[in-house]
Write a protein that binds this ligand. Structure first.
Ligand code: SF4
Ligand code: SF4
Length: 458
């Protein structure tokens, strides 16, 4: 199969980056001058299990997806990066690689495991992962392909394998439902299923709903759900977490930007703890979060590059949730600045430095997951068993978002009243625009078609 054929099948299946913001995968596969493909199996967000469980349950899909990506981009080396303590995943992947070792495909596209010995946050961040695995430093505000690498989440790789080998489009998403639910589990949920129904699949709440909040995503990069019936599963939803209202994660995520700003102005003592633990600063980027706090507090004597440096923040939330002893948030200032820069049409021609050297103290300043988990107050949920449940999840109604990816929303190709089957195309990106196709996740009748969603009733 040619590279172009792989890319076409991935595009047709609507595959997007499952571990991040949903960048359309077919665009990534068109990269050239790549020598290394890295499978991101680091899964560094506490409480989530979907990636490690997928690797343990379906190593064949991850390995197959790796080889297809290597073939598409012409890379000679494939490395599956997985944490050592994800023992079931390591064992399953190694057994799969051993089983295939004499196959022609395995010789042409060699894949091996890269074991991440220390569990730190944010190990799964692309900049950190590429450095960990290859020793290469991605330039400021750059991409892995700037240093000859392509990084794909393991869930994306599984979707690539299904798309290319079987023509199966993305209709479901493995989601970990954890926290204050009766039966924590990872389920394979249809896209568009509402969060309240997903929580029912995990047995429902353990206590009165008024004492709980629901977070979508992980406890570090997720956000509190405002409407459990309106918000639905997308291709990038990795977790639905139910937490007590007095939990640290909820307390922090509930603060308004206004409150973060007032606290920052009132309290920052410029101790630099946010800077010395920031993963971007530690990789040698010209990036010092305490400076944005000074800008927020005084608004004077600020170099423009301090403000525009916002484009280097990866929004890992470490400064806010862990580093700052005064519970302040440089990240909130950076997010605000990013929005303002985007609104002003600012283009980054400043922050591209590539002559980087990691901080001399980096190794000692990486944040151990266990300490982060303790700080977040989620130790019990992080450690307890979470079932892997691949049984069919039935949904009577799905409201499928037309924007589950980076780029423009997909445009509906169905009309109200149409009958659709699972996997049928219901929306596609406009010709020539960045985006991804969307497919029906249940069979049924299209009951409404809007600008933002297509609703299907079984
Ligand atoms: S934001 Fe917090 S960690 Fe950063 S300089 Fe201010 S007080 Fe120190
Ligand atoms: S969120 Fe905070 S710790 Fe993370 S990259 Fe941005 S400034 Fe650094």
């Amino acid at each position: 199969m040619t590279s172009e054929e792989i890319i076409q099948r991935v595009r047709a299946a609507g595959v997007v980056g499952a571990g991040g913001a949903g960048f359309p995968t077919h665009v990534k596969l068109a990269a050239r001058n790549i020598d290394t493909v890295i499978a991101n199996g680091a899964e560094c967000e506490p409480m989530l299990r979907c990636d490690q469980q997928l690797m343990a349950a379906h190593p064949e899909l991850v390995v197959r997806g790796m080889r297809l990506v290597m073939q598409a981009v012409g890379a000679g080396r494939g490395l599956i990066a997985v944490k050592e303590h994800y023992a079931s995943a390591v064992k399953a992947l190694q057994a799969e690689l051993d089983r295939q070792k004499d196959a022609d495909d395995a010789r042409a596209w060699p894949v091996s495991l890269y074991i991440i010995e220390r569990s730190v946050y944010p190990a799964g961040d692309e900049f950190c992962l590429v450095y960990e695995v290859t020793g290469r430093l991605i330039p400021e505000a750059g991409l892995p392909l700037n240093v000859g690498c392509v990084v794909q989440n393991v869930g994306t790789l599984a979707n690539i394998a299904l798309a290319v080998d079987d023509g199966v489009p993305v209709t479901h998403r493995y989601v970990t439902v954890n926290g204050e639910v009766k039966s924590p589990r990872t389920i394979n949920a249809p896209l568009g299923m509402s969060f309240d129904k997903v929580i029912e699949c995990a047995g429902g709440y353990t206590r009165n709903e008024s004492e709980l909040k629901v977070v979508v995503g992980g406890p570090m990069t997720g956000h509190i759900v405002k409407d459990l019936k309106a918000e639905t599963i997308t291709k990038t939803t990795g977790g639905i977490l139910v937490l007590p209202t007095d939990n640290e994660v909820v307390r922090f995520m509930s603060r308004s930007l206004d409150l973060w700003t007032k606290r920052g102005k009132a309290s920052c003592d410029q101790c630099r703890d946010c800077t010395v633990l920031c993963p971007r600063h530690l990789l040698g980027h010209d990036f010092s979060p305490h400076e944005i706090m000074r800008a927020g507090a005084y608004g004077i004597n600020v170099k423009n590059s301090v403000l525009t440096g916002a484009v280097m923040c990866c929004e890992c939330r470490l400064c806010e949730a862990y580093s700052c002893p005064l519970e302040l948030s440089p990240m909130q200032f950076y997010q605000k600045m990013k929005r303002e820069l985007a609104a002003a049409g600012w283009k980054n021609e400043v922050h591209h430095r590539a002559d980087l050297s990691p901080d001399d103290f980096r190794e000692g300043r990486l944040v151990p997951t266990e300490r982060l988990v303790a700080r977040l107050g989620v130790g019990t949920y992080h450690a307890w068993p979470v079932a892997w449940d691949e049984s069919e999840v039935r949904a009577d109604r799905v409201a499928i978002s037309l924007k589950q990816h980076i780029g423009v929303p997909a445009q509906p190709v169905v009309a109200e009243g149409d009958m659709v089957s699972i996997g049928q195309l219901i929306a596609a990106p406009p010709e020539g625009k960045l985006g991804a196709s969307i497919h029906a996740s249940i069979a049924g009748r299209v009951s409404s078609v809007g600008d933002k969603t297509v609703v299907i009733e079984a």
